[in-house]
Design a protein. Structure first.
Length: 89
């Protein structure tokens, strides 16, 4: 059945060909996993709000305090903090 391939199923590569095939499979699967993680991280980081922000929850914390915490964490820069501060006052 496989006689048309020359030297058997592996095409003459022997055991080394099987190892290379497995390595390529590992590389491809790893690349797919990497791309899926990158895509999911980039889509979750597109939000302007911190990851623990929930728009449905009623926050009892002062908006200025939230802005101060975000500025301290480096989530927003000085200009953004000043804009928020000016809008809230």
């Amino acid at each position: 059945m496989w006689h048309h391939m020359g030297r058997g199923f592996m095409g003459g590569f022997g055991g080394g060909g099987m190892i290379m095939m497995i390595l390529w499979l590992v590389v491809i699967v790893g690349l797919i996993i990497f791309l899926v993680k990158q895509f999911s991280n980039s889509s979750s980081n597109d939000s302007h709000y911190p990851s623990n922000y929930n728009s449905n929850s009623k926050s009892t914390e002062d908006p200025l305090e939230i802005a101060k915490k975000r500025y301290a964490k480096g989530e927003i820069d000085k200009e953004e903090f000043q804009e928020i501060k000016n809008e809230l006052q």
